[in-house]
Write a protein that binds this ligand. Sequence first.
Ligand code: GUN
Length: 277
Amino acid sequence: MNIIDGKQIAKDLRIKIANEVKTLKRPPGLAVILVGEDSASAVYVRNKELACKEAGFFSDKIIKSENTTEEQLLEEVERLNNNPHIDGILVQLPLPSHINANKVIEHISPLKDVDGFHSENIGKLMQNKSHLRPCTPKGVMTILSSIDCTVMGMNCVVIGASNIVGRPMAMELLNARGTVTICNSKTKDLAGVVSRADIVVVGVGIPEMVKGDWVKDGAIVIDVGINRLEDGRLVGDVDFDAIKEKAGAITPVPGGVGPMTIATLLENTLIAYKQSL
Ligand code: GUN
């Protein structure tokens, strides 16, 4: 079967974490802050809370109104930075436009930055010295190792250069000694670049942008996109039906990368807990 079961890989990781949590003196604590009423964000935050409870973590969900000021949010982060029951702090993005998201991220203690978005943690990722690595790219690396995919020496193509996915993803693959090409939706001859890839990771937010005839036979295709079409269907950034016949392995949407992001968030919170001892 060349369809990667991200749900199962995530479940295995969550069970491993839950078993470790049972041996700890106190539960690891994760605080998730949600500002405003973005409905997709509300679903993500609820799923994070459920996963925390299931793994035996202490979970603090902090809901703030849309008109919360930047200063109030910074004060909340400060309180959590100083709270000894909280090991990880996650501010759900996107934030309302009157708040400078970067300023908020930089205010989170790097030791509690379980998203791995603080410049100190991103800097450490660049130097291959990190403790807290962004969840989605780290989750993709867990998927690759769980299917015994060798990264060393492989041609890796990352499409999308966002701070959350593309840039840290490229660095993860480089740290694993892949040969990495970072593209975006405007890259010249993107199909040609993709056709030389052994591993393709796509996170651009364009429904089914990567076509079946772009991908080399046997390539590993990781789809980080999640797009809701007008007819209600949920699709990724790659044309799954066309590619699944050719790919060595491919992640579905949903049920591929998404569940790994949350499991990796728990993994990061456990790492933050351990480094606080
Ligand atoms: N919004 C979409 N993905 C993410 C993520 O990984 N972390 C946070 N904090 N917000 C997000």
